[in-house]
Design a protein around this ligand. Structure first.
Ligand code: PEP
Ligand code: MN
Length: 366
């Protein structure tokens, strides 16, 4: 069932939200000084619209730093007063929502560990009834698109129409280069399901390390995401949570300058007509390609019949060797990568064998 959500564009949350909208700040608010010096460094870059800091921290294991609580909301208020950046923090229950509203937090987000639990999300939604505050919903830790959509629907059900999704990757069981595997296809599917929903990428929690951040940021931009949420700390290595993935405000500046942001589309008539012309060419070539493939399969079927009538096996290894070698040579000469030619021929060959098997089986039945 396609969700029917009335979603307001992100420019109703803030003036002039140029792409990418950058959200930055520490994983956790730790003390007044850490919050303010980080915020000053970030504000100086002139590129960050929204300041983030976790006040209540959902930690995987007990006895880790679990956030400073209400006191930290005062430090955030000071940041807004001094720098003018909007504020966002994570809420996990109704009490968090009430406190955030009391301290004037501009935007709330639902964390990945909360999105997985419909009871918690409903509890947050109930506390939001009658309030006009933007809410961003992180993906659940498991790759379940419906659960992610369900959380957005619950918040929307409370009357919230300023909504966004945050893609922060999915918990892996095995060791991977990412802390949370991106599974970009899920974020793309979410955008296809709810095209008006702004999609923010959280490269910090996907990467889990400073080294991978730039790759993830660029990928998010190439997928035309609306914004980036990047954990930034005045002394990343001394951070009380997520020390491996945070960057200094200075390095955030370098990171942001290094990514290439392309326009999602260019509406000039000249661009459109040239693009339409090239797309028409591709459509025609794809049509030809499918016809050629279909003809090739028909010939393979004929060969199948012939093999059957002469009682020889489907797979003729020498012939397959010869095809592969020759096609790889031609492919290379035509500028196709060896990997591509090889994979394509493996697929074509597999389908030819499947067709020939069908033919052999009809013979058995007959
Ligand atoms: C965070 O943003 O610091 C956080 C706890 O993220 P997530 O909910 O994505 O784990
Ligand atoms: Mn974090």
């Amino acid at each position: 069932m396609k969700p029917e959500l009335n979603i307001q564009p992100i420019d109703t949350w803030m003036p002039d939200p140029q792409k990418p909208v950058i959200i930055a700040g520490p994983c956790s608010a730790e003390n007044a000084d850490q919050v303010m010096t980080t915020a000053r460094g970030i504000a100086r870059l002139g590129k960050v619209k929204i300041f983030r800091a976790g006040i209540w921290k959902p930690r995987t294991r007990p006895n880790s730093f679990e956030g400073v609580g209400e006191e930290g909301l005062k430090w955030l208020k000071d940041v807004k007063e001094e720098t003018g950046m909007l504020l966002t923090t994570e809420v996990a229950n109704a009490e968090h929502v009430e406190l955030c509203l009391k301290y004037g937090i501009d935007i709330l987000w639902v964390g990945a560990r909360t999105t997985v639990n419909p009871f918690s999300v409903q509890n947050i939604a109930d506390a939001l009834k009658g309030v006009d505050v933007p809410v961003m919903v992180k993906n659940p830790i498991n790759p379940d698109l419906q659960l992610w959509i369900g959380a957005l629907e619950r918040i929307h059900g409370a009357g919230i129409t300023k909504l966004a999704a945050i893609h922060r990757g999915f918990s892996p069981f095995e060791k991977t280069p990412f802390r949370n595997v991106p599974k970009w296809e899920l974020a793309i599917e979410m955008r296809r399901t709810l095209p008006n929903l702004p999609m923010i990428c959280d490269p910090s929690h996907i990467a889990g390390s400073r080294e991978l951040l730039s790759y993830v940021c660029q990928k998010a931009m190439d997928l035309d995401m609306t914004g980036l949420m990047i954990e930034t700390h005045i002394q990343p290595r001394a951070a009380l949570s997520d020390a491996e993935q945070q960057v200094t405000p200075e390095d955030l500046g370098k990171l942001l300058s290094s990514i290439t942001v392309r326009k999602s589309s260019n509406e000039s008539i000249e661009f459109r007509s040239k693009l339409d012309q090239l797309r028409a060419e591709i459509d025609k070539l794809d049509d030809d390609l499918l016809h050629v493939l279909s003809t090739r399969m028909k010939v393979a079927e004929k060969i199948g019949e012939y093999k059957r009538d002469n009682e020889v096996t489907i797979l003729q290894l020498n012939r397959w060797e010869e095809i592969m070698n020759k096609r790889m040579e031609i492919g290379q000469a035509l500028g196709l990568s060896p990997d591509f030619t090889k994979q394509m021929y493996q697929m074509i060959h597999k389908e030819s064998i499947r067709k020939q098997e069908e033919i052999m089986n009809t013979a058995v039945k007959a």
